[in-house]
Ligand binder design. Sequence first.
Ligand code: SF4
Ligand code: SF4
Length: 179
Amino acid sequence: MAKIKKKVKTIKVDADKCNGCRGCELVCSAYHSSPKYSTINPARSRIQIIRHPLKDIWLPVFAGEYAPAECMGRDVYTIDGKEYDECTFCRAACPSRDIFKEPDSGLPLKCDMCESDPPLEKPKCVEWCLNDVLTYEEREEEVEEGVEMEEVEVGLKSMINKYGMQNILDTVNRISQKQ
Ligand code: SF4
Ligand code: SF4
């Protein structure tokens, strides 16, 4: 299979600097509203701050892949004497919890790195985090052509199984009419 160059975008998280201000959630939800900046609703954000103020834990987590079933087991991490609850580091939109789901349709949300045309210099959450928690980097990697579309197809099939084709089509139709 032919190799192609792929741009890999990374956001590094220095969690110790996060104070839980939730500015990243606000700007993400505003940027992804239709039209852009028309509403602010942190429940629609693709970044969520996991908060445990009594344990001094403020952890930014980015929405990742959709998972049609919840894990069979759970993990608990202790780092620097702080115990993190089960699922804290998980990025999946899954049936076991409410985060990373669009509040109206229930469809999963996923961080798209603020893809736009023309491209942004840096994603909105990075730009608006005033505590330098988030750092954006880009690099190029060689990947096999076609692999990405296979991943899209697997994700789409899972979503159709879970939410039904009509719900997906209705949501796409609603979003496209607002563009
Ligand atoms: S904007 Fe920065 S400091 Fe505020 S919650 Fe988000 S990551 Fe933490
Ligand atoms: S990179 Fe963009 S889409 Fe992803 S969490 Fe940040 S603001 Fe939201």
